[in-house]
Design a protein around this ligand. Structure first.
Ligand code: GAL
Length: 477
C-alpha cells in the first residue's frame, strides 16, 4: 500500500496552496491570541489580591539575587558590637586581602545599628555613637570601594535584639533603606511577631508586606529592587513559598561555630536541595570559618558544603585577626566557581547517605555522597562524618550525572591537582576525620574494553538476546 505524502506534492493546485496558507496563518493567529490571553491571565493572577503569594514584578535587567550572595556580615564576628570604623576597616580588608576580587562583594550590617526608638517622624535612626557619620556616608564609602551594602530589619515589632522592627512601617522603612541610605540588600528577620488578632496573616503574609513595599518602591522609582533576604529560620518551610517573594531564605536556626551545628544544618538541607536555583537560594546561614571550635578540616567541610549547596557565602569572622588557614579556605577559587556557576543554578544533592540508610534524618551523620552538575563537569562531594579517617568509595553511575560506559578525569578542588582517571568506581583514601573531598569529574571517553561485569547496575541489565550478564536466562531467576 502507498503511503499518503504529508506535504502537498509539487503538482498541487494554486487554490489548494492558498487554502493551506490561510489555514496555517489562522492556526498561528489563534495560538498567538491564546498564548497572549493566558499570559495576561497569569500576570493578572500573580498580581491579584486573592493570590496567596505574589512575585516581584521587576524582571528586567538589574534584578538582583541570580547567584548566591557573597560578602561579609557583621553578626557572627561582632554581634551587637558594631560601628562604622569596624565596618569600613572590614571592607578595606575584604578588598586588600583579595576577597572582593574573588566575588565577596557585599558588606552587610546586621542587627543593633539603630537607636532603640524611632524619631518623632516615625523613622528609624542610626545610632549616633556607632555611626556618627551617618548611614549614607557609610554606604557611599562602601560603594566607592566597589562593594554593595546590606542592611537588616525585622518583619515584627522589633528586631531580635529589640531595636525597631518594620511591621506596619514597611513602605517608610524600605524608602529609608533603599532611597535615603542606598542599601542594596535587606536581611529581614522573624522576631517579635504581632499577636494573631493584630496581624491576621500567616508567615507568608507577614513577609509579603515588605515584598510588596520593595516592589512598589522599585516600580515608582524605576530602580531595581533591593535584594530581599528572608531570615525565617526554616520554620513554616520557606523553601516552599519564599522564592515567590525573595531571592534567598534561611532554612535553619542560627549557626554555631562548632561541628555539631554545621552537621545539623547540612542534614536538614540535604532534603530540600531541590529548592535551589537562580534567584532562589536556601540560606544555610553565615559562615563560621575562622570562628570558635571548628578545626581546619571542619571549616573546610563547612565551606565546601555551603558553597556546593549554593548557599550564600557571607564571611563572619574578625578579619584583622584571621589566620592564613582561614583565608586559604575562604579563597578557594575552584570551590567558589561552583557556588557562582553562571550556567547551572542547581545545588548538589545526595546520591547515597552512607552511614545511615538513604533518606533518613541524622543530625550527626548527614548524607556523605553528593553530586551535581556544573558548567565544567560533574561535582562530587564526599564527607567523612566519623571521628577517625575513612576511605570513601562510590560507583560512578550511582550519580545521575555520570554516564555508564565512560571514564572520567578527576580534578581535586582542594589539592588543585588532576588525579587519575576514574573507571567505574572512585575511592578517596584516608579522608581525615570530619574532612571533605570535592571533585570535578569530566568525561574522558569510552571506558576500556572488556571490563567485567559488563554493567555496574547488575539487577536489571541484560544482553540483547535476553540473557543476564552472567549468562543465565532472565526467566530462570
Ligand atoms: C537572628 C538571626 C541572626 C541575626 C540575629 C540578630 O534572628 O538569625 O542571623 O541576624 O537575629 O539579632
Amino acid at each position: 500500500m502507498e503511503t499518503q505524502p504529508l506535504l502537498p506534492s509539487r503538482g498541487v493546485s494554486r487554490s489548494r496552496l492558498a487554502l493551506l496558507k490561510t489555514a496555517v496563518v489562522s492556526v498561528v493567529l489563534v495560538a498567538a491570541i491564546a498564548a497572549l490571553l493566558s499570559y495576561s491571565g497569569s500576570l493578572w493572577r500573580s498580581r491579584s489580591v486573592h493570590s496567596p503569594v505574589r512575585g516581584p514584578s521587576f524582571d528586567g535587567d538589574g534584578r538582583p539575587g541570580r547567584l548566591p550572595v557573597m560578602g561579609y556580615n557583621t553578626w557572627n564576628a561582632y554581634y551587637c558590637d558594631i560601628n562604622e570604623d569596624k565596618i569600613l576597616k572590614t571592607a578595606r580588608l575584604m578588598k586588600s586581602l583579595g576577597l572582593l576580587d574573588l566575588g565577596y562583594n557585599y558588606v552587610n550590617v546586621d542587627d543593633c545599628y539603630s537607636e532603640k526608638q524611632r524619631n518623632s517622624n516615625g523613622d528609624i535612626v542610626e545610632d549616633p555613637e556607632k555611626f556618627p557619620s551617618g548611614m549614607r556616608t557609610l554606604t557611599d564609602k562602601i560603594h566607592d570601594m566597589g562593594f554593595k551594602a546590606g542592611i537588616y530589619s525585622d518583619s515584627g515589632w522589633f528586631t531580635c535584639q529589640i531595636y525597631p522592627g518594620s511591621f506596619q512601617n514597611e513602605d517608610r522603612d524600605i524608602k529609608l533603606f533603599r532611597d535615603n541610605w542606598n542599601f542594596d540588600l535587606l536581611k529581614y528577620d522573624n522576631c517579635a511577631i504581632p499577636f494573631d488578632n493584630v496581624i491576621k496573616e500567616g508567615m507568608v503574609g507577614k513577609f509579603q508586606r515588605m515584598a510588596d513595599a520593595i516592589d512598589n518602591l522599585s516600580k515608582n522609582t524605576g530602580r531595581p529592587p533591593i535584594l530581599f533576604s528572608l531570615c525565617q529560620w526554616g520554620e513554616e518551610q520557606p523553601w516552599l513559598w519564599a522564592k515567590k517573594i525573595s531571592q534567598t531564605w534561611r532554612t535553619t536556626e542560627d549557626i554555631g561555630a562548632n561541628w555539631r551545628s554545621v552537621m545539623d544544618i547540612l542534614n536538614r538541607n540535604s532534603f530540600i536541595t531541590w529548592a535551589n536555583d537562580f534567584y532562589s537560594h536556601n540560606d544555610m546561614d553565615m559562615l563560621e570559618v575562622g570562628n570558635g571550635e571548628l578545626s581546619y578540616e571542619e571549616a573546610k567541610t563547612h565551606f565546601t558544603a555551603w558553597a556546593l549547596l549554593k548557599s550564600p557565602l557571607l564571611v563572619g569572622t574578625d578579619l584583622p585577626s584571621a589566620s592564613e588557614e582561614t583565608l586559604s579556605i575562604l579563597k578557594n577559587e575552584e570551590i567558589i566557581a561552583i557556588n557562582q556557576d553562571p550556567v547551572v543554578g542547581a545545588s548538589i544533592s545526595p546520591f547515597r547517605w552512607g552511614i545511615n540508610p538513604d533518606w533518613t534524618y541524622n543530625a550527626t551523620h548527614p548524607a556523605q555522597f553528593w553530586s551535581g552538575e556544573s558548567e565544567n563537569g560533574t561535582v562530587i562531594m564526599l564527607l567523612n562524618t566519623l571521628d577517625e579517617p575513612a576511605d570513601l568509595t562510590f560507583n560512578l553511575t550511582e550519580s545521575p550525572w555520570l554516564r555508564a560506559g565512560r571514564q572520567y578525569s578527576v580534578r581535586d578542588l582542594w589539592t588543585h591537582t588532576d588525579n587519575d582517571t576514574a573507571v567505574r568506581t572512585f575511592t578517596a583514601h584516608a579522608v581525615p576525620a570530619h574532612g571533605v573531598v570535592a571533585l570535578l569529574l569530566r568525561d574522558a571517553g569510552d571506558e576500556p574494553e572488556g571490563l567485567w561485569p559488563p554493567c555496574m547496575r547488575l539487577n536489571w541489565c541484560m544482553a540483547e538476546n535476553g540473557t543476564r550478564y552472567d549468562g543465565r536466562d532472565f526467566m530462570e531467576l
